[in-house]
Structures are given as C-alpha cells and as structure tokens.
Ligand binder design. Structure first.
Ligand SMILES: O=C(CO)COP(=O)(O)O
Length: 258
C-alpha cells in the first residue's frame, strides 16, 4: 500500500489583497513547525495578483509552504486579454494550479474540454494541476454523483499520459457542500473519492491510482477534518472559507490532533 502525503491546500478564492496575503502567509509560517511539514504538505492558492508577493516571502524566508494559482490559461502566450499563462506561473515558481473549480465551471462556462486543455497547459509548464470535480445538488438528489463525477474526471484527463497523471491531484468538491456549511459525510466523501481512485486504476494502472492524491473539499473545518481524513481514499482537503483564518487553517493541517 502506497503512503500518500496528505495535501492541505487553502483556496483563497477572490479574497486577500497582496498586503493581506503577506501578513497571512507570515502568520501561517510562524505557526507551522517542521514537524507539520513532515506530516502534511501545505499549500495556498492566492489570487494571481498576490503570487509575486507570496513568492518573494517564501523564497526570502525559505518557507516550506507551497503555493499555486486558482486558474491557468489554456493558451501559452499571445492575444488573450486577461489571461495568465502557465509559463508566467512557472516563472513565479508556483507548484500547483487549480483547474476546473466548480465556480469556474458555473460562472465562467468552463466545460470538461476547457479543463482538459488547462490540465495539458499546466503540464507543459511543469505545474501540478489540482483538477476539481464534483456534482451539484440535483445530481446528488438523483443518486448520480459517482457517474457524474467520473465523467468529469474522464473529460479532464482525456489524452493526458500516465507519466503526467501520476503527479496530478484530484479534488472532489460536491458543489452543494461548497461555502454552505453543509459538509459531506465522511462516507459520502469516501464513496466518490474511492470511485475516482478506481477509475484511475481502470484508465491507467492500480499502481498509478495508488499514488495519486485525492482531496475532499466543501465546508472543511477543524471540527470535521479528522473524520474526513480517516477515510482510506481521502488524502487531503481543498479548503475555502476556513483557509482565510490562519489559526483555523493550522488546526486543519494538524488534523491528527483534532
Ligand atoms: O470550494 C472550496 C475549495 O476550493 C470549498 O470552499 P469552502 O471550504 O468555503 O466550502
């Protein structure tokens, strides 16, 4: 059985300007100790305009916290007003980039083909995609969460070779649990995360599936993280609101103490 290092990533969404970002990362770095980083990989996904400030702080103080972006252009350069390319993110030494977050799918019309193009763009520039998948309430009520989520996974990974996918992170975020305070039960999270791992084994190999980290996201807090992390196929969390509170985020990183 492969041991997967849990990944706790804070998705700040459209919160914290670059000055607030510096203060927040400093607070996290004061609170987190080497033993935390030994047990868990910790990352933040700030807005684009904060990334240079976060990079300067992380480089200058040799912090162990990783960082990345919330989105990436499918294109590498050129006349794409408002877009940010993978090479720009790589230049800022980003490790991760979220792809296909449900808010991008819902408010910016991103479909599986767009997500697939963005996953490929991330790999062209040495970035690790965090591919977000998950069903809405109507799909959940119809009991279709597994096939729906697996179809998103298939679409996002189309024609992406095993040697790239082995480093990917998949975030299972049921839309009905995002920002609502309604967390999926640990069993709900396990059902879909387990199905995602099974699909990776079918598409690639069991060995690859055992290596890939699968996160849960949706109303994660210090009070519910331990039960979610106790599930065999949950390897971390993508945390929204609770990641904006440094003390709370640190407690989530220390889920084993909760
Ligand atoms: O969308 C999320 C993380 O990407 C989850 O957000 P909340 O933790 O605020 O529910």
């Amino acid at each position: 059985m492969t041991t997967r290092t849990p990944l706790m990533a804070g998705n700040w969404k459209m919160n914290l300007n670059h000055l607030e970002a510096i203060a927040h990362v400093q607070k996290l770095s004061f609170a987190l100790a080497d033993k935390d980083y030994d047990a868990v990989e910790v990352a933040v996904l700030p807005p684009f305009v904060d990334l240079r400030s976060v990079q300067t702080l992380v480089d200058g103080d040799k912090l162990k916290i990783k960082y990345g972006a919330q989105d990436i252009s499918a294109h590498d350069s050129g006349a794409y007003t408002g877009e940010i390319s993978g090479s720009m993110l790589a230049k800022l030494k980003c490790t991760y980039v979220a792809v296909g977050h449900s808010e991008r799918r819902q408010y910016h019309g991103e479909d599986d083909a767009t997500c697939n193009a963005k996953v490929k763009a991330a790999y062209r520039h040495g970035l690790t995609p965090i591919l977000c998948v998950g069903e809405g309430l109507d799909v959940r009520k119809a009991g279709e969460q597994v096939p729906y989520t697996l179809a998103q996974l298939d679409g996002g990974l189309a024609d992406v070779p095993a040697e790239q996918v082995e480093s990917i992170v998949i975030a299972y975020e049921p839309v009905w649990a995002i920002g609502t305070g309604e967390v999926a039960t640990p069993e709900d999270a396990q059902e879909v995360c387990g199905a995602i791992r099974g699909r990776l084994a079918e598409l690639y190999s069991q060995e690859l599936a055992d290596t890939v980290r699968i996160q849960y996201g949706g109303s994660v807090k210090s009070g519910n993280i331990a039960a979610i992390m106790a599930q065999p196929d949950v390897d971390g969390a993508l945390i929204g609101g609770a990641a904006l509170d440094a003390d709370e985020f640190v407690k989530i990183v220390r889920f084993r103490d909760q």
